[in-house]
Ligand binder design. Structure first.
Ligand code: ZN
Length: 345
């Protein structure tokens, strides 16, 4: 009997251990749409997104980020919790994603770059894409001054972008080798603009607009939400609005005062917009080089209760709730997502 009892206790203990270590996942999306190009892999089609929501309902317990961080703060971790997050605050989050979230009854946390709300010309990386990767003939030579340094580029024959080349390279990802001089220039400029403060970046974008002939103030198809749309998105209890700074800077490139303004400012603006407390935050770009220890302290000091990075990983009891890892979800069907989730849980 003793032996049987011991094995039963062992079984109960191992079951308890499984429960405690069963991880939660935070999934990272940006856009729900089918754009003509997607160099940063930000978009999932509405059809695939609907399949993803079905999978989430089936395999996990969908919840807001604030629920996960509340549990972590209390020393727990929800078992098989799944948090669906959408970064930046694209209009398609309301127009395409929200109706599907409602239909499948899956809550989501949307991190809004509060200072970009209503910017009809779009986010800076989309503007850059419009200047470089759309079918316009560009001047062969570019001369651009950034922080007192003059950058010169010669596009050569790639100043023209024939239809055949556009079609051939529509599926290009910025993480792979640039196939033309335009794509190379796109990557070079992206790297130059990313660490800039917003006013410097706006100046550079205005120069690029006049160089390319693509109007800087034109309405981008990849536009951010307007203030009124943020309110509609947050109506009811389906979508938690989280903060994502004001102007989407690389926080590690800013001094403490500028970081504080970006972090606190976004919380204040969004709380006023939605009339509720905003307690979740996501670091722009989110890699370990994009924020510092000081940034993490400033986020906690600003009154947030949890924050997401973009490093990959699962969330367990004891996970650092101001640096939660996430799983970047690519545009795959429901089976593809189920396979990926199975690898992680
Ligand atoms: Zn972002």
């Amino acid at each position: 009997m003793g032996g049987v009892g011991a094995s039963r206790i062992k079984r109960v203990l191992s079951h308890a251990a499984r429960r405690l270590t069963a991880p939660s996942l935070v999934l990272m999306y940006h856009r729900v749409t089918a754009p003509p190009r997607d160099p940063w892999q930000l978009a999932v089609t509405p059809a695939h997104f609907a399949e993803h929501l079905e999978v989430m309902r089936r395999v996990g317990r969908p919840q807001h980020l604030r629920d996960l961080t509340r549990a972590l703060a209390a020393g727990h971790a929800p078992r098989h919790g799944i948090v669906l997050t959408l970064d930046d605050g694209y209009a398609d989050n309301l127009l395409e994603a929200r109706p599907l979230l409602e239909k499948h009854d899956v809550p989501a946390t949307v991190f809004v770059a509060a200072g970009c709300v209503g910017r009809s010309q779009g986010f800076w990386w989309d503007q850059l894409e419009n200047f470089l990767l759309t079918p316009v003939d560009l001047p062969r030579h570019l001369q651009l001054e950034i922080r007192g340094e003059v950058h010169r580029h010669d596009l050569g024959e790639d100043s023209y972008f024939p239809l055949a080349a556009q079609a051939r390279h529509a599926g290009w990802r910025a993480t792979s080798e640039p196939p033309t001089g335009r794509h190379r220039l796109f990557v070079t400029l992206y790297r130059l603009l990313r660490p800039l403060a917003d006013p410097e970046r706006q100046t550079a974008l205005a120069e690029l607009a006049s160089w390319s002939g693509v109007p800087a103030a034109g309405v981008s198809p990849a536009r951010p939400l307007t203030a009124e749309e943020v309110q509609r998105l947050s109506a009811g209890d389906l979508v938690e609005i989280g903060a994502h700074t004001l102007t989407h800077p690389q926080l590690s490139a800013l001094g403490a005062d500028a970081q504080r303004e970006e972090i606190r400012g976004s919380r204040t603006v969004l709380q006023e917009a939605v009339g509720a407390s905003v307690t979740s935050f996501a670091y722009p770009y989110g890699a370990p080089s994009d924020y510092t220890r000081e940034t993490v302290a400033l986020v906690a000091e600003a009154g947030f209760s949890g924050a997401c990075a973009t490093t990959s990983g699962v969330v367990k009891r004891g996970s650092e709730r101001f640096e939660l890892p996430r799983l970047h979800v690519e545009d795959c069907d429901g089976d593809g997502l189920a396979r990926r989730l199975a690898q992680w849980t």
